[in-house]
Design a protein around this ligand. Structure first.
Ligand SMILES: NC(=O)c1ccc[n+]([C@@H]2O[C@H](COP(=O)([O-])OP(=O)(O)OC[C@H]3O[C@@H](n4cnc5c(N)ncnc54)[C@H](OP(=O)(O)O)[C@@H]3O)[C@@H](O)[C@H]2O)c1
Length: 323
């Protein structure tokens, strides 16, 4: 079954599925147990069968575990998959402790990623953040060297400023910007999104459910051991007020016969032909629901309700996405 449309990443870049599969939560990221690997691999296979070929991983997801998992899943199916890898974030005991984007480090990272993934070329290779101690020229220039070596096909970036994006794109055409974007997090609309559009760069939008806030499944207060308790968005009065806005989303969704998650994904999808919702799914049961979200259309009234309720800044408190 292939009912997913395509999106071109960058002006002369590759065509990939307009819905991306985020693989991050198939590994233990911030500590804790590793999700069921058999189910994770089955989810990747079913996504590929459905025409979702954009798979997103990072060399620091589960200290290499995520790349090995993706590598296992695409064994024998390399041509069905488009592999996007982030690099440069340094983790210790499940906690981010910095960035390393020195050219010698990047040239070291890539070989480990290729081995773990069991492939010869990474389709989209991207620094996960910028490293202020290394000039953008050196970071992007190093990835250009990797293209010339045949180890990388196209360059992406993630969570950077509009100025950095222009600088990077001046050095080499950037295919994609991976960035947090949802009804709950719209800050990029003021500068970054217009800049990417002007430069013809594709948007890979992650956290479309805003860490689960927009699924309609959250109840206040969160369990004591929930990692989201660290973020002010999920605390006390903020959470109660935020959930009132989610109730509006739930109402819009139920009037249309969909779930809040589907409408949250569909809203991101609707923001442009060059914008891909990148959604975490660790089990096959998520795929029918989230794939169906890509066919949702909105009336002007529905759009107006969502855009008014979730105007920029309407969701109180922050997450790890500090901009
Ligand atoms: N560049 C960056 O800085 C950065 C940062 C974070 C993430 N990412 C990438 O973006 C991807 C997505 O980000 P994310 O995981 O933060 O956000 P997300 O896609 O909004 O996923 C958050 C949660 O939503 C759940 N979910 C998915 N479909 C659902 C449904 N239909 N109903 C209810 N819940 C549903 C997922 O659960 P299950 O896993 O249980 O299916 C997941 O735990 C990641 O996998 C990763 O590849 C990039």
């Amino acid at each position: 079954m292939k009912n997913i449309t395509k999106i071109q990443l960058g002006q002369n870049g590759p065509f990939v599925s307009k819905l991306g599969l985020g693989c991050m939560r198939m590994s233990s990221i911030w500590g804790g147990a590793t999700p069921d690997e058999t189910e994770s691999i089955a989810t990747i296979h079913e996504a590929l069968d459905r025409g979702i070929n954009f798979l997103n991983t990072g060399d620091f997801y589960g200290a290499g575990h995520n790349e090995m998992l993706v590598g296992k899943a695409i064994k024998g199916r390399r041509d069905d998959a488009f592999i996007s890898v982030k690099f440069g974030a340094i983790f210790h005991n499940g906690q981010p402790i910095g960035m390393d984007l020195r050219p010698i480090a990047i040239k070291n990272f890539i070989n480990y990623s290729l081995t773990r993934l069991g492939i010869e070329t990474i389709d989209l290779y991207q620094p996960s953040r910028m490293d202020n101690s290394v000039p953008v020229e050196d970071i992007i220039g190093t990835v250009v060297d990797l293209i010339q070596e045949g180890k990388v096909r196209t360059i992406g970036v993630s969570e950077i400023t509009a100025d950095q994006l222009r600088k990077a794109n001046d050095i080499h055409p950037i295919s994609a910007l991976e960035i947090g974007y949802s009804l709950a997090d719209r800050q990029i609309e003021s500068e970054l999104l217009p800049t990417a559009k002007e430069l013809g760069i594709g948007i890979v939008a992650f956290a479309t459910t805003a860490e689960g806030l927009l699924t309609g499944e959250l109840k206040a207060p969160l369990a004591d051991n929930d990692y989201r308790n660290h973020f002010s968005r999920f605390q006390g009065k903020n959470l109660l007020e935020n959930l009132e806005k989610v109730d509006v989303l739930t109402q819009v969704a139920s009037n249309k016969g969909y779930t809040p998650t589907q409408v949250a994904i569909a809203w991101v999808n609707e923001q442009g032909d060059h914008i891909m919702p990148l959604v975490s799914m660790s089990r096959r049961s998520r795929l029918p629901e989230n794939t169906a979200a890509m066919t949702i259309e909105f009336t002007p009234e529905e759009m107006n309700t969502l855009n008014t309720t979730f105007a920029m800044g309407a969701i109180l408190g922050g997450t790890y996405l500090q901009r």
